[in-house]
Design a protein around this ligand. Structure first.
Ligand code: NAP
Length: 282
């Protein structure tokens, strides 16, 4: 029977670091870090994340400025909003909640963000720096995945890591972070043949498909570390991509849903906001 990697416990150590930083910022800079959250329209998932950000920022003593915009806002107007946040010296980090309404070009909006305030690492500049191995903001979910794996103390070098999912926000950057740790990495997707066979050869298995309870015990190698990124609603309950009750019997370590990756992701966003305050001139 595997051990549960508790995301809330892993998050608490980072929260303490943030609180220390905030106290220091008050003394040295005379202000607290500020994360601006841009929400356009009323996407249910986004509202959930935005409320979570607010709660956590309040707990940690970080300012969370909400910029709530009507769904019908014109692209030009939204560009203006991002531009003014870029130039606002009291704002350290900005997150633009995705998805944006269909009439708005998401890429154009995210690209318009100053990469120094792009605390979720989504601008072309940060992504380019990330894949080149330069100092930058790394997307928060993959950062949380790596953090949770490291809390197990399992040696990463030379291990076979399999990432199921190749999105720009989770799968690809998670694979890159594991490659940076000298893992041998395989990325799987919806066209992968013999997925079960590939997954069951993984020492570290990252599941980011968005298909509730898809990964059953046959996909898991004995004593593998299993990280479940999925968050889907099934019969009114939050479910991961892994069938937890089966997987825990074979895994050495496994993250639950909820209380796993998701519990660390927003904390990482706030940690990156503190980093932005540290790095930026004001
Ligand atoms: P996404 O953009 O929909 O990507 C899903 C990926 O899974 C795609 O690459 C897709 O392959 C692959 N896939 C889908 N069905 C598959 C199958 N049957 N076999 C193999 N691969 C398959 O999703 P995402 O944004 O990466 O998010 C993934 C999950 O993580 C979602 O449940 C999301 O809600 C969750 N999430 C959680 C957090 C957190 O903090 N906990 C943060 C972000 C996302 P193709 O590329 O071939 O289509």
């Amino acid at each position: 029977m595997g051990s549960i990697i508790d995301g809330r416990v892993a998050a608490s150590a980072i929260k303490e670091e943030i609180k220390t930083f905030v106290e220091k910022a008050k003394l040295e800079k005379g202000r607290i870090p500020c994360l601006a959250t841009v929400l356009v329209g009323n996407d249910g998932g986004s509202i959930y994340y935005v409320n979570n950000q607010k709660k956590l920022c309040d707990e940690l003593g970080v300012e969370n400025r909400h910029v709530i915009l009507d769904e019908t806002i014109a692209e030009e107007e939204l560009l203006e909003v991002v531009h003014s946040l870029n130039n606002d010296e009291t704002v350290d980090g900005v997150i633009i909640q995705l998805p944006l309404p269909k009439h708005i070009d998401e890429k154009k909006i995210t690209s318009s963000l100053n990469y120094k305030k792009d605390v979720d690492g989504l601008t072309d500049i940060n992504l380019g720096k990330f894949y080149k191995g330069e100092d930058c903001f790394v997307p928060c979910t993959p950062q949380s995945i790596l953090h949770l794996i490291k809390t197990t103390g399992v040696k990463l070098q030379g291990k076979h890591a399999v990432v199921v999912g190749r999105s720009n926000i989770v799968g690809k950057p998670a694979a890159q972070l594991l490659l940076n740790e000298n893992c041998t990495v395989t990325i799987c997707h919806s066209k992968t043949e013999e997925l079960k066979k590939v997954c069951s050869s993984a020492d570290i298995l990252i599941c980011a498909l968005g298909k509730p309870e898809f990964i059953t015990e046959e996909y898991i190698k004995e004593a593998a570390v299993v990280i479940d990124v999925g968050t889907s609603r099934l019969n009114g309950k939050m479910k991961g991509d892994v069938l937890f009750e089966e997987a825990i019997k074979k895994a050495s370590f496994i993250t639950p849903v909820p209380g796993g990756v998701g519990a660390v992701t927003t904390v990482m966003l706030i940690k990156n906001t503190c980093e932005a305050m540290k790095k930026n001139v004001y």
